[in-house]
Ligand binder design. Sequence first.
Ligand code: GLU
Length: 427
Amino acid sequence: MKSPVPDYLTEILDACGGDAGALAGYIPELASADPDRLAVCLSTIDGKLYRAGDSGTEFSIQSISKPFVYALALADHGLDDVLERIGVEPSGEAFNELSLERDSRRPRNPMINAGALTAHALVGDPGDDVDTRVERVRRLMSDFAGRELHVDRRIYESEMSQAYRNLAIANMLRSYGVIGQDPRDVVRGYTQQCAISVTSSDLATMAATLATGGVQPTTGKQVVPEKVARQVLSVMMTCGMYDAAGDWMTTVGFPAKSGVSGGILGALPGQLGMAVFSPRLDSHGNSTRGVRICTRMSADMGLHIMQAPEPARSTVRRDRTLRGPDGSLARVCSLQGSMQFSSVERVVRTVTDGLPIALFVLDLRRVSSVNDVARRMLAEIVRRLQLDGAEVALLDPDHVLPLSEQAVVRLPERWSSLAPLEGYERV
Ligand code: GLU
C-alpha cells in the first residue's frame, strides 16, 4: 500500500498556493531567490521523513539558526548564566531593533538580533576566534540535521556588504558590556551562522530533534540535553514568529521559528518536526504560504499544543474489588497508556476511597510510559499500602515501573490477573 502522508502533503501544497508577499530585499542574494519555490516536510520522532515539493532546494537558514545557537550557548554555560545575559520575554519590536531591557540591559530574547548576536558571542570561550565559533555552530547544526552542513559564502558576503544594522546592534551590545568581543567579529560569526545552507528536509529533521528532547532521530545522538531543548522550544513558542507570535500561538499553536529566506521550522514536542519553505514574506517577515500551510496542517492534524489531551480517566482501564474466601478484600487495578500526574491521581483515588485492602494487584501490562512524577507517586502508593499491611503485586513484565528497592511481588508475565485470585468473588 502507498502511504497517504505524501499525498496529503502534496494536496496541502496545491491548496495553499498563491503568490502574495515579497522577497526579503535587504540581503541582495535573497532578493534574487526564486520566489516560486515551495516545499513542506514532516519528520516523525523516529526519523521517518515525508516530503513534498522542492524539499531538496538549499537556502540559507537565516534566523532559524537562532534557536540552535541559543541551545549551544545554554549547553556551554547553563541556564542561569545565559539568563543573566539574554531575557526570555517577547519584545513586540522588529527583529533588528536596537533595544535592550531597561533595567537589566539584557536583549529581550534570543530570537531577535540583539539576543541572537549575544548568544553567538557566548558560544565556546570568550577568547575563541570567529572561525572557531562558527565551526562549533556549524558542527552543532550538522548534528541536529544528521548530515554535514556548510556556510554559503555568497550569501555571507552578500549580507556582510549590507550589515550596517547588525553592526550597530553589536556596537550597542559592546558599549553596554553585554558582549566582550570585537563587535565586527561577532557580526562576522553571526552572519556566517545565518548563511548556513539547509533544505526543508534538514529543517524538519532538526525540528524533530528538538521535539524528542534533543535526541537526533536517525543517528540517536543526544545533541543537546533535554532541558536545553525544552528551554529552546519555550522561547520559540513565545518569540519565534517575529511580531506575529500571538497570532501564531492562537491559530497554529506549536513552537516555531521563521527566517527571512522563507523557511519556517515547527516542532510539536513528543510528536513531530516539520518545515516549510516559500520565499515570499508577509508584512511580519514570515513566509506567506508557509504560514498558510502550517495553519492548515495544524487544523487538519490536530497539532495545536493547547488542544486538551486524552482525559486522564481513560488511563484506568479496569478497577475491580474482589472478596476472598476468608472475607479479605483484593483490588485489581489495570492501567493503560502514558502515566503522568493526572492519570496516577486517579489510581490514588481508587485506593484511598474504599475499604481496607489485603491484596493490591497493579496491572501495568498496557502502560506505554511512566513519567517521573507518576513513577514517584506509584512507588508511594505501593509503600503506603504496604505500611497499611497490604500485600502488593505488580503485573509489569516490561518493567515500566522500576521499583527495585520495594518488596513487591512481581507476577509472572503470562499470569492472567485473576488466576491467583481463585475463590475470590466480585464485590
Ligand atoms: N541574517 C539576518 C539578519 O540578521 C537574519 C534575519 C532573519 O532571518 O530574521 O538580518
